[in-house]
Design a protein around this ligand. Sequence first.
Ligand code: ZN
Length: 110
Amino acid sequence: MAIARNIVDIALAAAGKANAGRIVRVNVLAGELRGVIPAQLMFCFGLMAENTIASGAHLNLEITPVVGRCRKCEQDFPIKDYSYVCPGCRGQDVDIIGGTELRVRDIEAE
Ligand SMILES: [Zn+2]
């Protein structure tokens, strides 16, 4: 719910800056580690957007994959099924460098 409110707030602020009359689409990037449930987020977004210029806007959710970086050989690699093992050197000393973001990429307004 808090995430949906954030997204609406950001979209409204962006629309205000652009002097837009109505928001038709909000493009959101959500890292896989955020555990966002698309249907749930879309539902909450719809509720939060009611009685604002974002009412009826389409929420486009793009899930970004988890990316790790090996501390030993500095290779970046996608992490699947929570397997934090470097495919290059089999090292397990891995930093997470992607998959935790949550942001509004852009909005489409008219
Ligand atoms: Zn490695």
